[in-house]
Design a protein around this ligand. Structure first.
Ligand code: PEP
Ligand code: MG
Length: 557
């Protein structure tokens, strides 16, 4: 229970996880779920009960089809498709047969059988060592609740399983433990202007939907988000991840002002959605997104990125207990490529080592791991690991527009060793009759001063360069990017770094290849004009920066 002690604190601030940017001011209203009636009872005519379940399942599938159609405008095809996935869940043979079996063998009523099986599936998803599958736990509960609601309403009990109190015309901030995707999309946006939850994950569809719908949201506020707060005035600051209860007048005024500014900025940015990125003079710059895993795909798509400029494939290895197999990797790369529907996806090969280690690599402890056995150095010395990844990549290449990129290159010989391994993989796939895209682009990261300085020698061997300004800065200035003590010396604007970038861009263009930036500097609005002047062809940035940069570039020569 939250005790609001106004004598010691003007208003309490609850801290949670930022989930969807923006500011909302309104009355807190708690989502009330229908108390589940004690629904277990014994049925005699099990065949009739199975039919009752089948009728409800069919109706739920129809409702989800309608929800899909209704969500297309609000959420766009790539998000609304979740409701088609929900339809498939209701068609899952395992799910359906387990419900039938409980009805037949235990003589359970359909509502109870659905509930038991939904919990089983949800526990199974939650136990998986994979964020994406864990997120499916909420989906199976959501679709099962829909079926139970239909079953209960056919008995004459209320149809709607949720409700919330309204306060005249006052805008509302909906508070709940967690919100299902179908509940999020069905919210009345005229009334509900923000969402706060005590639990939830930033990877959930609820969060993605909230972002797409422009609803500010803060999640994981914990038990402090108590129903005692019902009816209190509150401010949600989605970007900062805070909920302010009973703000005073001056706080309200300050937030109203900020909201006006942010709303105006967002409206301006929305005009750039779906457009190409061009400078004032009409020069095209490709604006791509950086991602860590396939779970970020929804966010990339709603960001309106024109492709993926850096897929950090090492996260597949880091989230695994053992070397990921060729098949595991193939499926992930295929999923990413297919979901990007022909837009380019640059997948960086394994950049393990330094701060990113997995125990099964059994790397020896090193004095200076950032300059030690990492990235291509591991790939060259342990070719079996590298070849497994390359085979998975080449095999996946027929499912989209793939480009492969090697990290931490410092010499022509290293690059030649990587290219030779690609050739070996191509030959073995040829022998096995496995197709791959023969024209896929192969490039390298320029993230060591050595690579920048010999970029004229490297360029003729590849199709593109992508400058990794994070490592390029650390190695040029001899400042450890992991060490906060020396953080103030890590200056990406240093002349030495600029000159290396400039040199790399010139050498790329002299050799007729494209050059991009995928380090943090690519998203630095204050530096965009210099990068554009240097002639950079592509910028790959966090998805949240895509529209901001497109707007910025549109103002530059
Ligand atoms: C870089 O070094 O700039 C880069 C993009 O790679 P990472 O940050 O993953 O090392
Ligand atoms: Mg790097």
């Amino acid at each position: 229970m939250v005790h609001i002690d106004t004598s010691t604190e003007r208003y309490p601030k609850l801290h949670g996880t930022p989930a969807s940017r923006g500011i909302a001011l309104g009355k807190l209203t708690f989502l009330k779920r229908r108390q589940k009636p004690d629904i277990r009872h014994t049925v005699e005519d099990t065949a009739a009960e199975i039919q009752r379940f089948e009728d409800a399942r069919a109706r739920a599938i129809t409702q989800l089809g309608n929800l899909y159609e209704a969500s297309l405008d609000k959420l766009g095809e790539q998000n609304a498709v979740l409701f088609q996935i929900h339809q498939l869940m209701l068609d899952d043979p395992d799910y359906v047969s387990q419900i039938h079996e409980f009805i037949t063998t235990e003589k359970m009523n359909a509502e109870y059988a659905v509930d038991v099986v939904a919990k089983r599936f949800s526990e199974m998803f939650k136990a998986m060592d994979n964020d994406y599958m864990q997120g499916r736990a909420a989906d199976v509960i959501d679709v099962s609740r829909r079926v139970t609601d239909i079953l209960l309403s056919s008995h004459g009990t209320p149809l709607k399983s949720t409700s919330y109190t309204t306060y005249g015309d006052e805008p509302l901030i909906l508070a709940t433990d967690d919100l299902a995707p179908s509940e999020t999309v069905s919210l009345d946006k005229e009334k509900v202007t923000g969402i706060v939850t005590s639990h939830g994950s930033t990877r959930s569809h609820t969060v993605i939907f909230a972002r797409t719908m422009g609803l500010p949201a803060v999640i994981s506020l914990g038990d402090a988000l108590s129903p005692d707060l019902e009816g209190h005035t509150a401010i949600v600051d989605g970007g900062a991840g805070i909920l302010i209860i009973d703000p005073d007048e001056s706080t309200i005024r300050a937030y109203r002002e900020r909201k006006r500014t942010e709303d105006a900025l967002r409206a301006r940015l929305e005009q750039f959605r779906g457009k190409e990125t061009r400078t004032l003079s009409g020069r095209r710059v490709r604006l791509y997104a950086n991602i860590g895993s396939a779970y970020d795909l929804d966010v990339v798509k709603s960001s309106d990125a024109e492709g993926i400029g850096l897929f950090r494939s090492e996260y597949i290895y880091l989230s695994s207990d053992d070397f990921p197999t060729e098949e595991t990797q193939f499926k992930i790369y295929k999923e990413v490529l297919e979901s990007m529907e022909g837009r380019q996806v640059v997948i960086r090969t394994l950049d393990i080592g330094a701060d990113k280690t997995a125990p099964y690599f059994t790397l020896k402890p090193e004095e200076n791991p950032a300059m030690g056995m990492r990235a291509v150095r591991i790939c060259i010395t342990r070719p079996e690991i590298f070849k497994t990844q390359l085979r998975a990549l080449f095999r996946a290449s027929v499912y989209g527009n793939l480009a492969i990129m090697f990290p931490m290159i410092t010499s022509v010989d290293e690059l030649k060793a990587c290219l030779a391994m690609c050739e070996e993989v191509r030959r073995s796939l040829d022998n096995e009759g496995i197709p791959y895209n023969e024209g896929l682009e192969i490039g390298i990261m320029i993230e060591t001063p050595a690579a920048a300085l010999i970029s004229d020698e490297l360029a003729p061997l590849v199709d593109f360069f992508s400058i990794g300004t994070n490592d390029l800065t650390q190695f040029t200035l001899a400042v450890d990017r992991q060490n906060a003590e020396v953080g103030r010396f890590l200056n990406p604007y240093h002349h030495a770094v600029r000159r290396l970038i400039e040199m790399t861009v010139k050498n790329a263009h002299n050799a007729g290849i494209w050059v991009g930036i995928c380090g943090e500097l690519a998203a630095d609005e204050g530096f965009t004009h210099e990068l554009i002047e240097m002639g950079v062809d592509e910028l790959s940035v966090a998805p949240s920066s895509v529209l901001i940069l497109r707007a910025r570039i549109s103002t530059l020569g």
